[in-house]
Write a protein that binds this ligand. Sequence first.
Ligand code: 13P
Ligand code: SF4
Length: 320
Amino acid sequence: MAIALPTDDGTTERRITPELRSLQSRIRELAQRKNAVILAHIYQRLEVQEIADFIGDSLNLSREAQKTKADMIVFCGVHFMAETAKLLNPTRTVLLPDMKAGCGMADMITGDMARAFRAKHPGLPLVSYVNTYAEVKAESDICCTSTNAVRIVQSLPDREVLFAPDKFLGAYVQKHIPDKKLICWDGYCPTHFVIRPEMVLARKALSPTALVLAHPECSPEVLELADFVGSTQAMMEFAGHSENREFIILTEAGLLFRLKDLYPEKRFYSIAPCPHCPYMKFVELDKVLACLEGDLNPIEIPTDVMIRARSSIERMVEVV
Ligand code: 13P
Ligand code: SF4
């Protein structure tokens, strides 16, 4: 099938076939007819990003899902994101093109594990990263995304806070709020975990004037080498405003496509090998079309989980 690959020297090789173009037109036409909005995360395949009404990071996609008036949301992202859309706008049908689009980090904590974590530290609030399933959000006091994690933890009156599941995002937050003590779950994103400091140094040696932009899901040793740390959206904004012309991007490949599209006059490099999230790539155009045609894969959340998970995600949206 299709393919569009970012290469390690910063060029983006685009190969979108006529078959894909035809699928794209059929999807857009059907989405309009069914009053469906298509939301896509920045890590999606290029040809999927191209059919979206809105492309964003997890926080911005949540906001779009919450305010949409469309009858149906087709979520081109991973399962926890589609669940979050359903939590924020429960009267809408939310479809996920492939139910296998999970998340290696979200899989590292279940509702039972979150309950046990709380029981081990009685009285402490639990902040859960949005990259968790609804059953974990239901056990949490408040959620956060990579954009607002520091602000969310800061907003709590407690000095000690439980944070799950990303220990690297937790370490990043801890560094910014030394007056609090975060007790972190031992989870991480497998896609960002493979980024090693020596890969960054090797790429930097090829382009010494390039600025290093990193996602806070990278390890603390990698973040030490970054000139800027932020969510995918924040990295895009930084690259747009910066006077620098070259950037080394430490996150999933999808952001490279987006940056090349947005700022063709600038150069964006990956480390080698370029990190890919296999879960995000489960979403393909033929599956988007099939799910729109047959109303396939609606997100369903048991009512009791829905009520409790919704309050932790709504609390997050109130804070930021
Ligand atoms: P953001 O969209 O918040 O940057 O997070 C990236 C991510 O890991 C999505 O799975
Ligand atoms: Fe999950 Fe990591 Fe993929 Fe994001 S990039 S969906 S955190 S596995």
